[in-house]
Design a protein around this ligand. Structure first.
Ligand code: FNR
Length: 344
């Protein structure tokens, strides 16, 4: 199938399909109410830093699209939303433009609309350092995301079947690209063993991309009219647990971003309390923009941010740093998982 229609089908099915069925895991993580919050509303500061890049607030619009004429207007709207809200934005995989530079305009529009904003490039782990440099230059990106999506590829009839050598390719990209490299999964999560390997080659941030949100295995199965069994649909590490896995080894060397099923302001606050530097959201931003338009999306995000601050106040925390050292009670399946894996 042509890449152009595939991009449109990803958008179509991500709008149609529900999240999951596996959970993101946030339900097992509980903040503790602080009845003596020694702070004022005006003291609350939601700014953070990811991979050395200062962010005014802790949410990132995760990679969605680009690479086809039909999605240029969507990227324009996402960029306008990013500009007006101050949210960093990752473009979708730029491999289409590596293969055919004529479609680069569908990505460049993001930088044209938002010249001062924070924009992340995006490619798969099969990319060469030259391709990564081209992707960064194309949109003058402050960082590049390298996505890992073996689950999606093996369901896609036209997908990759050879996943060897990814770590050394990522190492080469880290060595030869001037901006920080963020490695992200797209829905199956990252375990501590692979996180250690990624941090070991100099990756500056790890976006865990766990289960519980947009499910690309389900999207690819729906596109190909393939039946997909429940075991396959639920494959992966829940986002909150994956973050605990990654933080257990990379606390000081790579920032952690939680994405995959981050849906509510409380999810974002939990993500930061777990130790994340930021949270990534893709599907819901696409849906709110498509269903409510730009003004509706901006209004939605203002309320979202206010609610993040409310939970920070109730936890008695002024800053993301304070939140990261706030008490957290872990129950149920997540607690069992972490015990079995020896993660505190
Ligand atoms: C995506 N995602 C994605 N990720 C990536 O690294 N490169 C890409 O090109 C795309 N393309 C893409 C298209 C569409 C339509 C969606 C909805 C998503 C995955 C995305 O960045 C994110 O990792 C997942 O969607 C999980 O986050 P949510 O949607 O659960 O918040």
């Amino acid at each position: 199938m042509k890449r152009q229609s595939r991009k449109l089908e990803h958008i179509k099915y991500s709008m149609l399909l529900d999240d999951g069925p596996a959970a993101a895991g946030f339900a097992d993580f509980h903040l503790v109410h602080n009845c003596l919050p020694d702070l004022a509303w005006r003291d609350i500061d939601i700014s953070t830093t990811v991979a050395g890049i200062p962010l005014a607030q802790p949410v990132i619009i995760n990679a969605i699209t680009g690479g086809a004429d039909d999605v240029t207007l969507l990227n324009r709207d996402l960029a306008e939303f990013a500009k007006q809200t101050g949210i960093p934005m990752a473009v979708g995989s730029q491999y289409a433009a590596v293969e055919n530079p004529a479609v680069a305009e569908s990505y460049k529009i993001v930088r044209q609309v938002n010249p001062e904003g924070i924009v992340f490039a995006n490619l798969g782990a099969h990319a060469t350092p030259e391709a990564a440099r081209y992707a960064v230059e194309m949109i003058d990106a402050q960082a590049i995301q390298i996505h890992l999506n073996s689950g999606q590829e093996i369901i896609m009839s036209e997908g990759d079947r050879d996943f060897s050598g990814y770590l050394s390719r990522i190492a080469a990209i880290v060595a030869q690209v001037d901006v920080p490299v963020i490695v992200k999964e797209v829905g199956c999560g990252i375990a501590r063993e692979q996180a250690a390997a990624l941090a070991g080659v100099g990756v500056k941030a790890i976006d865990v991309g766990g289960t519980g949100g947009t499910n690309f295995l389900a999207i690819e199965a729906a596109r190909s009219k393939l039946p997909l069994d429940d075991d396959m649909m639920s494959w992966g590490i829940p986002t909150a647990i994956s973050a605990m896995e990654v933080l257990s080894i990379t606390n000081s060397s790579a920032d952690v971003i939680l994405s995959g099923g981050v849906r509510t302001p409380l999810d974002v606050v939990k993500a930061l309390t777990i130790g994340g530097a930021a949270a990534g959201i893709a599907g819901p931003i696409l849906k709110v923009l498509q269903c409510q338009g730009l003004e509706g999306a901006i209004h939605w995000y203002e309320s979202f941010t206010t609610a993040v601050k409310r939970f920070m106040l109730l936890a008695g925390t002024r800053t993301v740093k304070e939140l990261q050292s706030c008490p957290l009670v872990i129950t149920g399946f997540s607690r069992e998982w972490l015990e079995v894996r020896g993660i505190d």
